[in-house]
Design a protein around this ligand. Structure first.
Ligand SMILES: NC(=O)c1ccc[n+]([C@@H]2O[C@H](COP(=O)([O-])OP(=O)(O)OC[C@H]3O[C@@H](n4cnc5c(N)ncnc54)[C@H](OP(=O)(O)O)[C@@H]3O)[C@@H](O)[C@H]2O)c1
Length: 306
């Protein structure tokens, strides 16, 4: 049985990944930070990436066969206010973890972001030059460099995703679902494009990447991109909700506190070739999101912190 260390296990991706891996027969050790998981079906431990010594001791104690680093300061506005903390968690700690994994010959995937690009071009390939626009994105790019330098065998997965979270409010899908089911009008950006995967589909792709021992940068996205407005409309259609509650607006006319990239449509050819199959479409992702709501996944994740 593979002993898989998932950092950020109280986060949107980490919780979904840990649960899926557990269900697939992995022995999962989930690291959290400020939010303990009271009822998770896998072993957990609180490890603060602010403390390099704790990180090293916890890694030694974990004795993992494989590692997926989902932990991050992933709140874009908070990162802008506390850049040192963002660089510590997203860059320095990621590099330290990569070094520890490399020294122990533990295969590792480090999670990065589409936001390393400035969003002026779209259809971004792994070979395109990043140009991050805000502190969060700069710290994530620094994390990529730290990981690649410390451990050239590690894989770096640039991602964007949606799903059901422990708080019930973390993802864009939950934003649309929660508001539309309550009959509340919301804004949807017509000029902000992305290529999101459903979290469980992303988790499956990451586990396949581990099995294939991929290293270097990979774009792990849905093969089609869409605007955030269109995503909301497609979600409304999937769940039988009122799409007319979504107001189409330009992101340029909104009062977002932190500068964000507009066209983050991504090219996934490299990963699809490596995996030898297509990544799931938007329709497949939204259907799986719906099926997982019906099968009780959302309630299960919510129960982890209550
Ligand atoms: N959400 C997206 O669509 C998106 C898009 C692009 C890239 N990403 C990347 O995907 C990864 C996962 O994102 P997510 O949305 O799942 O994030 P999230 O929901 O905000 O969760 C972040 C996780 O990191 C942990 N963490 C935060 N500070 C920490 C610290 N000082 N020490 C140890 N752990 C710490 C959190 O622990 P506690 O909650 O217990 O404090 C939590 O488990 C991140 O690398 C993020 O940059 C996300």
């Amino acid at each position: 049985m593979t002993r898989l260390l998932v950092t950020g296990a109280s986060g949107l991706l980490g919780a979904n990944l840990a649960l899926l891996a557990q269900n697939l027969g992995y022995e999962v050790l989930g690291w959290t930070n400020s939010r303990p998981l009271v009822d998770a079906p896998f072993t957990t431990r609180a490890v603060d990436f602010g403390n390099p010594q704790d990180l090293a001791l916890a890694f030694e104690a974990a004795e993992p066969d494989a590692l997926i680093n989902c932990a991050a300061q992933a709140n874009v506005d908070a990162a802008e206010k506390q850049p040192e903390h963002a660089f510590r968690v997203n860059a320095e700690a990621a590099g330290e973890l990569a070094k520890l994994a490399g020294s122990a010959s533990v295969p590792m995937i480090h999670i990065s972001t589409d936001a390393v690009f400035d969003g002026t071009k779209g259809d971004y390939k792994e070979t395109d030059t990043p140009n991050p626009l805000n502190t969060y994105a700069q710290s994530k790019l620094a994390g990529e460099h730290a990981v690649a330098q410390a451990n050239p065998e590690a894989a770096i997965a640039r991602v964007v995703f949606y799903g059901w979270s422990l708080t019930g409010t973390r993802s864009l899908a939950e934003f649309f679902y929660n508001n539309l089911t309550a009959g509340k009008p919301v804004n949807g950006f017509t000029d902000m494009f992305f290529s999101p995967l459903y979290a469980a589909h992303l988790a499956e792709a990451l586990l396949e990447m581990l099995q294939k021992r991929l290293s270097g940068i990979y774009h792990v996205y849905a093969p089609e991109s869409l605007s955030k407005y269109d995503f909301g409309v497609r979600l409304a259609q999937e769940f039988g909700l009122d799409a007319s509650l979504i107001r189409p607006i330009s992101a340029l006319d909104s009062d977002l506190p932190t500068r964000r990239s507009l066209n983050l449509s991504m090219n996934t050819d490299k990963l699809q070739a490596a995996l030898g199959k297509p990544l799931p479409s938007q329709t497949e992702g939204l259907r799986a999101l719906h099926a997982d709501l019906d099968s009780g996944l959302r309630q299960k994740l919510l129960s982890f912190t209550h």
